[in-house]
Design a protein around this ligand. Sequence first.
Ligand code: MRU
Length: 340
Amino acid sequence: VRTIDWVDGAIEMIDQTRLPDDVVTLRITDVPTLVDAIRRLAVRGAPALGVAGALGVALAASDLRDDFEHHVRALRAARPTAVNLARGVDRAAARAGDGPAAVLAEALRVRDEEIAASWAMGRRGADLADELLGARPVVAMTVCNTGGLAAVERGTALAVVTELHERRRLSSALAMETRPLLQGARLTTWELARAGVPHRLIVDSAGPFLLSRGAANLVVAGADRIAANGDTANKIGTFSLALAARYAGVPFVIVAPESTVDLGTASGADIAIEDRDDQEVCSVRGVRTAPAGTAAINPAFDVTPAELITAVVTERRVVRLDRGERLAVSRPHAEASPRR
Ligand code: MRU
């Protein structure tokens, strides 16, 4: 099942706010409804957002009476942190001059590239786990939801977990519940159960303690934006997990497509972090947990410094940050002085 797709002239997506209780498909035919779906996380996860943005531009391009530029701007700005959204929008919008069919074709290419990348990341990440852990059975801890729901198919970090399971290398997965919107509790457990992957759910604050007790030997996480220096924005809670992984001597691996690597952003300090409605913190699925009127702070993401990251796995490469490798390969001399 694809999280999001183009079906008979409209966008169809699984409404992720309704999971795990109901599997509901939304059919979206206009950009304002899509922007709303993105903001309320009916579609979410960096690669899926890139596809949503690109398909949204295809919707805008198909109705020539509408204000195309206005819709493109609204889609781009729907959420700020995942670079995939703006990238998907820009790729599709760049074809506007060639007509709606060309825009749609580009959007479908974005979708297909993300699907192919997911499968490749799963394989590369599982190979890396073998390299890091040898023959030891893997217990992988993960945060948020990075499965097919977040990436159209298969996933990023969760693709590695699934691949390890299929290779019979996985002992089990530990999923952090991921407050406040519970992507781990609602979505990751749902996906792992459907894939038959053994797993248990933990509260977010148990992650660091369990790592210190040797309960997991690998941490895998996704990314919303990876800066040129390797600093990585991902779901809030990722940074504390990385700190704990370093303390416990457990490898901490980021798994994300190249479309999430943003060489135009120098470091994590330059990444815009989405501040969401503070009332999300004061309730759980619509039930108030704090006294009425309580104010909260609700950063949706944090930034893990590159120095805490063992490796970044993409569909094309494994960058061992722990060995001093860099995402941006600068080759000024290669061009200036050709090889003899
Ligand atoms: O707020 P969300 O649910 O969109 O946040 C998603 C994440 O932080 C994921 O870890 C990230 O986008 C990678 S998804 C493959």
